[in-house]
Design a protein around this ligand. Structure first.
Ligand SMILES: Nc1ncnc2c1ncn2[C@@H]1O[C@H](COP(=O)(O)OP(=O)(O)OP(=O)(O)O)[C@@H](O)[C@H]1O
Ligand SMILES: [Mg+2]
Length: 443
């Protein structure tokens, strides 16, 4: 597509937000806030965001499977009123019907569209052939490996010849080699011009997968899910993982995803500021995990490390590494720039000093930089007993998060607060108290 031609938006999302009611009936919970996005004709678009950022919810809204709370979705310019007939979906979980053969699973969508049996059969055979499963037409899903099941998933989508193919983390349930293989084959089909759809939208939390497959990457932020910005990959296909541009893009995106406040493009991305310290989520990591990461970085001779390399050395998925990095940045122990994590002077001190001094440093940083912890300490100090039921704080988180997440926030805050010796938690009484409180002194 030449840069000058007007791209045709196959699907257009305009100012969409989505709220779900909280289970206790007290208000609702915003999953997506004011999202606008288009899928252009002829492109592979990746939607990249961390777990829980609302990617699948956005995909379901774009498919017309659920309705937005606000805003409009258009398909070829027309407002979408029900399920979008111009698209098909490949799911992370394959979603095959176990009692049907490969052939019947693939034909299913055509039957729903009242395609006559002969044509159904012929089109299904062709789709099965494209995904390399000829010979397995009469097999049942339980006889197939994960990779083969997902091939059926692709065939079932291909057979519909949808204008846009949606894939929701299609490779993340497969082992690394199988995923790599299938991803490569999908890319080959697209590059050869034989792909049965004119656009692809892939949802992923895997940065390298996004850079490998996509022409354009839209980055979603969390709490609530919103578009932070987009990047053009701008490389000849297939995208060469060893090229400097590939590596630079991966590093750049790592850096964006570990800095929630970083602006992705020149366009302003207003941050939601909120008065309550309980509205900003703590990353769910234990203090031991933070020290582990910082010690590993401190061991590197140059006092830094690239995030992809650290993820590799720690044998962690991105989703598991990023919260550790977030916590280190939040506490002022590390900084992230261009995909490299670097210790601050305090971070180096924390990682290399005695346990007693590292506790002091942690306490100092937690009080100075984590408002929710200082707010808890402040509240406890105001009480004569210097103690308070943990429900009191749970309610504060509950105003901003669904209950299970509110409970996790409390658990994380307790872990950090205890380590820093800022407050204690009595699990039987379900109370938080100051270490020097009457409760603590009498026990
Ligand atoms: N039907 C629903 N009712 C209430 N909450 C929901 C519903 N569907 C999703 N959510 C919540 O919305 C948030 C976003 O969920 P979603 O599945 O869209 O995230 P995601 O980015 O796809 O995450 P993942 O990477 O883990 O697949 C989560 O907190 C989830 O619990
Ligand atoms: Mg999802």
């Amino acid at each position: 597509m030449s840069a000058s031609s007007q791209p045709l938006d196959l699907i257009r999302v305009e100012h969409v937000s989505k709220r779900f009611p909280l289970p206790d009936g007290k208000g609702d919970f915003t999953v997506l806030g004011d999202v606008s996005l288009s899928v252009h004709h002829g492109e592979v678009l990746a939607l990249l965001g961390r777990s829980g950022s609302g990617k699948s919810t956005l995909l379901r809204i774009m498919s017309g499977l659920i309705r937005p709370s606000q805003g409009v979705v258009r398909s070829n310019g027309q407002p979408l009123l029900g399920a979008n007939p111009n698209l098909a979906m490949v799911f992370q979980s394959f979603a095959l019907l176990p009692w049907l053969t490969v052939q019947d699973n693939v034909e299913l969508g055509l039957a729903a569209r009242h395609v006559p049996p002969d044509e159904r059969r012929e089109r299904a055979l062709k789709a099965i052939d494209i995904v390399g499963l000829d010979g397995f037409e009469n097999a049942y899903p339980k006889e197939l490996s994960g990779g083969m099941k997902q091939r059926v998933g692709f065939a079932r989508a291909f057979v519909l010849e949808p204008e846009v193919l949606f894939m929701d983390e299609p490779f993340s349930a497969l082992d690394v080699l199988t995923a790599e293989n299938l991803r490569g084959e999908i890319d080959d089909l697209w590059n050869a011009g034989t792909f049965p759809s004119s656009s692809i939208l892939i949802v992923t939390h895997n940065i390298e997968e996004a850079v490998y497959l996509a022409d354009r990457i839209v980055i979603l932020g969390s709490n609530p899910g919103r578009i932070r910005g987009e990047l053009q990959v701008n490389m000849p296909r297939p995208h060469d993982r060893n090229s400097p541009r590939f590596k630079a893009l991966v590093d750049h995106i790592y850096s964006i995803m570990t800095n929630p406040d970083q602006v992705v493009t020149g366009e302003p991305t207003p941050q939601r500021s909120s008065a309550s310290p309980f509205s900003r989520a703590l990353p769910h990591v234990r203090v031991g995990g933070i020290s582990g990461l910082l010690e590993l970085v401190a061991d590197n001779p140059d006092g830094g490390g690239s995030l992809p390399e650290l993820a590799h050395r720690l044998q962690l998925e991105v989703d598991d590494l990023l919260p550790l990095v977030d916590a280190s940045v939040l506490l002022g122990f590390a900084e992230v720039a261009d995909g490299d994590v670097r210790l601050t002077t305090i971070g180096r001190d924390f990682a290399t000093t005695t346990i007693l001094r590292s506790k002091d440093l942690f306490r100092q940083q937690a009080l100075g930089r984590v408002p929710v912890l200082s707010s808890i300490v402040h509240t406890l100090k105001e009480k004569e007993s210097q103690s308070i039921r943990s429900d009191f704080f749970l309610d504060m988180w509950d105003d901003h998060f669904p209950l299970p997440e509110a409970e996790r926030q409390l658990a994380t805050a307790v872990d950090w607060g205890r380590y820093a010796e800022l407050f204690e938690f009595d699990a039987i009484e379900e109370r938080l108290y100051l270490p020097q409180s009457p409760v603590a002194l009498s026990s």
